[in-house]
Design a protein around this ligand. Structure first.
Ligand code: FSO
Ligand code: SF4
Length: 564
């Protein structure tokens, strides 16, 4: 009987100890070692955490099976829907490294599975194992369950697997944005409906390659819907970003550093630190927060500290205050700052203090204990060029193009990372001719955002559109230009030069493909999860190209006008 129950996935597996020999396989980010991390993640992910994350994805697919069936019967449940989003975001690169936290999520997954199953009622279909999975008794047992439910365990056509993984990573990407929107009280049922439909499709063995290609393109559309929802949530709460100088130096006083993407968390911290002699600094993707009127009004939002996420271990020891992460990208903390480090939201690292909810008193107390900064003014850089600000000077921009002062636009955007080859983006910005404008977004901008690229008739040549999710703004700008020039986006003097690192970049790439945008250059390396056939498909249909050298790419794009 026990065996039968096990076969049906209804019995609790015998807990097994996690051994050092435990193997993993993960290739979801750009850092993936030699086609995939197998012993330990380059990001620091341990094999047990990888297995627990694999199990969480497996469990989410099972919940989606019931969720999709329930929706076919006209039924839905916000608790089930929100769990899907949080679960997917939990497994994004550099978010949750804490096995105990993921084990908690897995136990909740089991109860959400029941909830979704009850909602769906009896179904007239064969039920996949993922939809009946039951959790082992402890964390080690859960990790053991996850070991046999990872990517390699799915014995399917490699091209289908490749597109399924692209779809999954795109969904993880928009889940991050949906979570930020949810924190500001915004939801869109279309996102939830697609999540159930697409994740449950990955359990359907009758579907073929083109079914998943179409789902991946639809995922791009859903990511656009999600980025729009988040843009609406952010701008309704804090106003449209306005061009704003950001101080890279320091103000005398105690200090807290905020890293991540979440604006609501920053706002609450700003409120709680007002009048306490504590200055708040942004880090990484929080830099564009300075452009929002509802956040820049706080005089103690003092500046931006450090470079992109991958520099944290080198830079954080020099930050004389408390540090808090509200999303990715967290890395293994060094002992020199671990006791000053906090996580919030879905980010977790074992033994790093986690703040639940919006009470930041522990962070504030830690900042007050620390030495703080001396006054040391530094360079100022500009941010705040969201679509509202750029389209506010659309006449000037259009005149610049028509009069020949602006020859070309480049969107040089995406993530930064530790691997070599990313100097390309610095060189590209340096070498782009003076009659070109560079729009940038996400953390890849740290490769060139301290350069003075000058302006064209008062329009800065480097426009920081915002965070990765502000790809929405860049798309709005491109669509407005194509309307003004009465041509398609592909016919505009606009080229997209993207850098990718994790799954949000996959979601954005799918959005661009959904919009039919061609000729995108992508680097620093191509994803390990794309098979040669899938790559051929992307090249043939979208002319996606890997980056070359900055000089050669500029020459190819601009022809003889490529001289800086
Ligand atoms: Fe960067 Fe990290 Fe914003 Fe990503 S900080 S890499 S694409 O999380 O999300 O750009
Ligand atoms: Fe490796 Fe990236 Fe997966 Fe981390 S997230 S284990 S670095 S592929």
């Amino acid at each position: 009987m026990k065996k039968l129950l096990q076969l049906l996935g209804l019995a609790q597996a015998t807990p097994q100890p996690v051994t050092k020999e435990m193997e993993m396989f993960c290739y979801q980010c750009e850092q993936a070692a030699n086609g995939g991390c197998t012993k330990i993640g380059v990001c620091g992910k341990q094999p047990d955490v990888a297995a627990l994350q694999d199990l969480l994805v497996h469990a989410l697919k099972g919940i989606a099976f019931w969720g999709a069936k329930a929706r076919q019967a006209g039924k839905k449940d916000p608790e089930v829907d929100r769990f899907m989003i949080e679960g997917l975001f939990t497994t994004v690169t550099n978010v949750d490294f804490d096995p105990e936290d993921i084990a908690r999520a897995l136990r909740k997954a089991a109860s959400i599975q029941n909830r979704a199953r009850n909602l769906a009622g009896p179904v007239d279909a064969s039920i996949p194992e993922a939809a009946t999975w039951q959790p082992a008794a402890d964390t080690a047992g859960l990790a053991a369950q996850g070991e046999s439910r990872g990517i390699r365990s799915r014995n399917i056509d490699p091209d289908v697997k490749s597109v399924q993984e692209i779809l999954l990573y795109g969904m993880k990407g928009y889940a991050a944005y949906a979570d930020h929107a949810l924190i500001l009280g915004r939801e869109n049922d279309e996102i939830y409906a697609f999540t159930h439909k697409a994740l449950s499709a990955t359990l359907d063995e009758s579907l073929g390659l083109m079914d998943f290609v179409n789902l991946a393109l639809e995922c791009g559309r859903i990511n656009l819907v999600t980025m729009e929802l988040l843009n609406q949530a952010n701008t309704d709460a804090y106003g449209h970003p306005v061009p704003t100088p950001v101080q890279l130096g320091t103000k005398a006083g105690k200090a807290i550093l905020v890293s991540g993407h979440d604006l609501k968390m920053l706002e609450e911290l700003l409120k709680q630190t007002e009048g306490k002699g504590i200055n708040i600094y942004t880090h990484g993707e929080m830099l564009p927060a300075h452009g929002y009127p509802g956040l820049k009004k706080y005089s103690h939002l003092a500046g931006n500290f450090g470079g992109a996420w991958q520099d944290q271990a080198r830079e954080f020891p020099d930050f004389p205050g408390a540090i808090i992460f509200n999303t990715n990208c967290i890395q293994r903390p060094a002992d020199s700052y671990k006791d000053r480090l906090f996580t919030w939201g879905l980010v977790q690292w074992p033994d790093v203090k986690h703040v639940d909810g919006f009470d930041f008193s522990a962070v504030i107390d830690k900042a007050l204990e620390c030495a703080g900064f001396e006054e040391n003014p530094g360079q100022e850089i500009l941010t705040g060029f969201g679509h509202n600000a750029v389209l506010g000077v659309a006449d000037k921009v259009i005149e610049g193009v028509k009069g020949g002062a602006i020859k070309h636009f480049f969107l040089v955007g995406g993530c930064d990372g530790a691997k070599s080859g990313r100097n390309y983006y610095t060189e590209f910005a340096e070498k782009a001719p003076k009659n070109t404008v560079i729009l940038t977004l996400a953390c890849g901008k740290y490769r060139f955002n301290k350069m003075d690229l000058g302006d064209i008739g008062g329009i800065p040549r480097l426009l920081d559109v915002g965070q990765c999710n502000d790809a929405y703004s860049a798309i709005r700008i491109a669509l407005a230009l194509s309307e003004a020039f009465e041509c398609g986006v592909n016919d505009l003097p606009l080229s997209m030069i993207l850098s990718w690192y994790e799954q949000k970049a996959v979601a954005i790439l799918l959005t661009l493909l959904h919009l039919g945008i061609k000729d995108i250059r992508i680097g620093p390396s191509l994803p390990a999860f794309i098979t040669p056939n899938v790559l051929n498909f992307l090249v043939e249909n979208y002319n996606i190209q890997p980056i070359g050298t900055a000089e050669e790419d500029l020459r190819q794009i601009l022809g003889e006008n490529a001289a800086a």
